[in-house]
Unconditional design. Structure first.
Length: 491
């Protein structure tokens, strides 16, 4: 007989000739379900068992786990299944590092499925272990399907409650003001899009700026807003160290200020046509660079605020430099339209959170009734249209008008909720980006409505340099003596 130490606190005895397959199966099980062996991984308990007794040994561990009072308390919590189903979706979609939901590093898919099986089998040790030792995933798939069907509305309401609490922890004030800016941005986005379609004077013929022209234009901009010497030095540093990259594109206009993980330094990346469009994009990203010096301590909701404000100031600067006002407006409107389009899914999700804030838990009954009425309306319209065509003497009535909608409103509603849950999970941190864009647009629009831009610029420079020291409330207080932000943002 051979003895092999498989964990710090566990050794297995096996017959080298006959137990090779059993040993391999045990090793794979331990690796896959490490959460069951935490005491044996870190502590030398001197436990030695025969490989033939491995399943009995595991069954004993499982029994201890499911009889633990803390485990029972967690599983019996009303939020257990909704929260663990969401955790399952996050793990399934590989979104652990890209979500506002806090998932401990030691939470694995195996742990989630195991605990859900404990609830599903109502603590029945035999059924739990049978599924645990099963080499196919059919039983767990059945459990997930059952939880999905039975907890659908609870999962969605839990998600909305969690999201609302997350945002509310930082600035419930902005949540209460977001609906108006969402409606305004969507409305403006539609207007901008229509204007660009109907505009006879195209911006595609804009002159490309040489590196010299771009450089002089940006230095002039910094001087115009009376930026501190530090900003000029930062710009020179970025150029000297080649931390600004540019890729030409006549179709895409985008930029990002990002941290190079390998070099651990921030860089600016621009993609565009090299005209004043790219100039406005660069202003946005440069302001990010300045404000992100103290990135770790910045109120997440304010990250986009200075950049959105100064890209608007850059547009004013270009007009004053003699660029055609309509062209400059088109450049800015195109940026706004692109941003709005980029975050449309997240804006819709934020509206759902706002709806939850106003009306409470989502009612599946109301949604089913809505879909039932929608189907009835569709069918009534088809019947009427078919009748009108028949009375008009049409010999062959299109099949579309003869086929009534037969979908079940309940099934439609279930599918809608499932899609909403999946979209929230797959959006990940993009919902924060959408939120930051909305907050930045909201605050900037209030400041830009005033006629005291020079004063606003002076204060915005300080906000940009010290963004880590500001909150939405302190920004409102800063401007209170000059403009009535309190009339705009109720605190």
């Amino acid at each position: 007989m051979e003895n092999i130490q498989v964990l710090k606190g566990l050794s297995l005895i096996y017959d080298k000739k006959n137990d090779k397959e059993k040993l391999e199966k045990a090793l794979n099980f331990i690796k896959k379900n490490a959460f069951l062996f935490s005491d044996l991984i870190n502590e030398d308990n001197g436990k030695v068992i025969n490989v033939d007794e491995f399943e009995d040994f595991v069954e004993n561990i499982v029994n201890q786990v499911i009889q633990d009072e803390q485990t029972k308390k967690a599983i019996e919590n009303e939020d257990f299944l909704p929260s663990f189903y969401l955790t399952y979706l996050i793990l399934k979609n590989d979104m652990v590092g890209n979500t506002i939901f806090e998932i401990p590093k030691n939470v694995t898919m195996e742990l989630v499925l195991f605990l859900m099986s404990v609830k599903y089998y109502n603590y029945n040790l035999s059924d739990i272990c049978k599924t645990l030792f099963s080499e196919n995933s059919e039983e767990y798939e059945k459990i997930i399907s059952c939880v999905k069907d039975s907890q659908r509305i609870n999962v969605y309401n839990y998600l909305l409650k969690y999201m609302n609490a997350f945002f509310e922890e930082y600035d419930s004030v902005m949540l209460d003001n977001l609906e108006s800016i969402i409606n305004e941005i969507i409305s403006n986005g539609i207007n901008y899009f229509n204007a660009l379609i109907n505009e006879n004077e195209k911006t595609s013929d804009l002159k490309k700026l040489s590196e010299f022209e771009f450089d002089n234009l940006f230095i002039d901009f910094l001087n115009d807003i009376k930026a501190p010497a530090q900003w000029v030095n930062i710009y020179q540093y970025l150029k000297t160290n080649r931390l600004i990259s540019f890729e030409y594109s006549d179709e895409v206009e985008n930029g990002q200020c990002y941290l190079d993980d390998k070099l651990q330094i921030r860089k600016i990346e621009l993609i565009g046509d090299g005209t004043i469009r790219t100039f406005v994009t660069f202003v946005h990203e440069f302001i990010h660079y300045v404000s992100l010096i103290n990135y770790e301590d910045i109120d997440f909701s304010l990250i986009e605020f200075p950049s959105i404000y100064f890209e608007n100031i850059a547009a004013m600067f270009l007009k004053n430099k003699g660029y055609d006002e309509k062209i400059v407006e088109d450049v800015l409107n195109t940026r706004n339209t692109n941003n709005c389009s980029l975050f449309i899914p997240q804006i819709i999700q934020l509206k759902e959170i706002l709806e939850y804030r106003k009306n409470g838990l989502f009612s599946i009954e109301k949604r089913i009734e809505f879909n039932r009425n929608m189907i009835d309306g569709i069918n009534q319209s088809r019947i009427k249209m078919a009748k009108l065509l028949q009375e008009a003497g049409v010999q062959e009535i299109p099949q579309h008008y003869l086929q009534l909608e037969e979908r079940d409103p309940v099934e439609i509603t279930y599918a809608e909720i499932d899609d909403k849950i999946e979209e929230f999970v797959k959006s990940g941190l993009l919902i924060l980006s959408g939120y930051q864009y909305l907050v930045g647009s909201l605050l900037s629009s209030y400041l830009l409505e005033t006629k005291i831009i020079k004063l606003c610029n002076e204060k915005m420079i300080d906000i940009t340099n010290n963004l880590d020291k500001y909150t939405i409330k302190s920004i409102r207080d800063l401007f209170d003596n000059d403009i009535t932000l309190q009339d705009k943002i109720y605190l």
